[in-house]
Design a binder for this molecule. Structure first.
Ligand code: NAD
Length: 479
């Protein structure tokens, strides 16, 4: 089996060590071997990116547009092939995986056009004969560190703006899912970028990620991952005065009020909590339900959960694929046990499932009769497990929804325009979903979390420029 190499300064780097990429739907299926970068490899990649920066930062908008647009076109054209790899290595369904790849292509195209809009601003001065300009400059070498659950969309929404605004990149994908990230990196590497502008270094976070975070040459790091790792990275970056953009864990509420259309509420809960095997930072893990609809909602949700097809991610009939790894499955099972021990009622699911192939299959689980203080409603589980929390009325539901250390996505199902407006203004989250699942955002909209879910400027959309550029203010006396 040939080994997929790191891509440094436009070349395949020599491979000293490699790791296996294993299919969670069939653990006998070894997808490929992927190089593990050494600290020396990371240093070489960072040096190449630093060397390429002066040239790339001065390229004109048309050159950047054409390269990013070309990348977007190839990613989109190969969505089935890359989507198949994504489903095979991560375990989300083919439909979800292909949609993610298409989104990655669209993100490159969006940021291709952003290259034309990386604008500066002239302000009127308050003094006579003085000019005042605010200009934007790329920040330099950017480290991009990404999680396993969106192995192509998240890298795309970090790498594309980094390049569009004139930065150079050292990219470290999650070690569990290097396959689709490698395919993206290969496309970027062949897109016509000058050597060193983009570099791929795969491997373990504690070595490769840490080497990026601690390098004095890396001007900023855009990280998505767990709150624990994000905080540790944040401390290190702050110490050396580097920029940071940290997107971290969620514990997202979906409020269902008495006036909610039942089937819509159940759709939102089912989609938000369990699709992509519940492995989304925006998953609806807390379902906060008022008394008038509670029993009907729970009964119908369980009915719908029973009808879900759980199986091989690449089987077209599958609704929910496997959990990503044995380690994540063990975490899910531990939380199922904690939920039971703390007195929650496991109303449905939670058992391992046997399928034709050996994989990490878990029946999506629903706890009922839970309180917001229970561990299952405090910690991000990151699996197909949701809990119903009864609430007296909207006011109590809102208070419960805001009672979390994470503030990523927050949803509500109701027909009341008054409550929708109130919720939008009072939900303590970066992203609000009304009569929609808590997961699923437009690709050109900003992505941002509050409290411990996010730190630093928002990602995506035009807002991305606040991280990937630095502003400079010039006062000029006309002589
Ligand atoms: P993780 O924190 O374990 O790893 C994320 C990345 O950081 C990986 O590439 C990993 O190798 C790297 N890393 C680990 N230790 C490091 C270190 N010491 N220094 C530098 N890099 C290091 O997260 P994960 O398990 O891959 O992903 C799941 C988590 O990601 C969940 O908490 C989820 O909520 C979060 N997530 C958040 C968002 C968001 O936008 N808020 C989106 C997707 C996932």
């Amino acid at each position: 089996m040939s080994v997929f190499p790191n891509l440094i300064a436009g070349e395949a780097a020599p491979v000293l060590e490699a790791m296996r990429n294993i299919n969670p739907s069939d653990t006998r299926d070894i997808i490929g071997e992927y190089a593990i970068a050494s600290c020396q490899d990371v240093e070489t990649a960072i040096a190449a990116a630093a060397q390429a920066f002066p040239l790339w930062s001065r390229t004109n908008a048309l050159q950047r547009f054409e390269i990013l647009d070309r990348i977007g076109t190839e990613v989109g054209a190969r969505s089935s092939e890359i989507g198949d790899m994504l489903a095979r290595e991560e375990g989300k369904t083919l439909k979800e995986a292909t949609a993610e790849v298409l989104r990655a292509g669209q993100l490159f195209k969006f940021f291709a056009a952003e290259a034309y809009r990386a604008n500066s601003e002239g302000l009127p001065s308050v003094r006579d004969q003085i000019g005042l300009a605010v200009t934007r400059e790329p920040i330099g070498v950017v480290g991009v560190i990404t999680p396993w659950n969106f192995p192509i969309a998240i890298p795309a929404w970090k790498i594309a703006p980094a390049l569009a605004y004139g930065n150079t990149v050292v990219f470290k994908p999650a070690e569990l899912v290097p396959g689709s990230a490698w395919m993206l990196a290969d496309i970027i590497n062949r897109s016509g970028l000058p050597k060193g502008v983009f570099n791929l270094v795969m491997g373990h976070g504690s070595v490769v990620g840490d080497a990026i975070v601690s390098s004095p040459t890396v001007a900023g790091v855009s990280f998505t991952g767990s709150t624990r790792v994000g905080k540790a990275i944040g401390h290190a970056l702050f110490e050396r005065g580097a920029r940071m953009q940290l997107e971290m864990g969620g514990k997202n509420p979906l409020i269902v009020l008495d006036d909610a259309p039942l089937e819509l509420a159940v759709d939102c809960a089912l989609q938000g909590a369990f699709f992509s095997t519940g492995q989304r930072c925006t998953a609806s893990s807390r379902l906060i339900v008022t008394p008038g609809i509670h029993d009907a909602f729970v009964a119908r949700l369980i009915e719908r959960m029973k009808a879900l097809a759980i199986g091989d991610a690449r089987d077209p009939g599958t609704d929910i694929g496997p959990v990503v790894s044995e380690a994540q499955l063990a975490i899910d099972e531990r939380y199922l046990e904690i939920g039971r021990m703390e007195g929650a009622c496991l109303a449905h699911g939670g058992e391992r499932l046997n399928r034709k192939t050996p994989g990490h299959y878990l029946n999506p689980a629903l706890f009922t009769q839970t309180t917001n203080g229970m561990t299952i409603n405090r910690d991000e589980i990151f699996g197909p497990i949701a809990a119903v929390i009864p609430a007296r009325d909207y006011d109590e539901a809102l208070a419960i929804s805001n009672d979390t250390e994470a503030g990523l996505s927050s949803g509500i199902v109701t027909q009341s325009a008054k409550i929708i407006r109130h919720f939008r203004d009072h939900a303590e989250a970066g992203m609000i979903q009304v009569n929609l699942p808590t997961a699923g955002m437009d690709f050109h909209a900003p992505f941002t979390g509050r409290k411990q879910a996010g730190y630093g400027p928002a990602e995506k959309g035009s807002y991305a420029r606040d991280f990937f550029t630095a502003v400079k203010v010039t006062h000029e006396r006309f002589v």
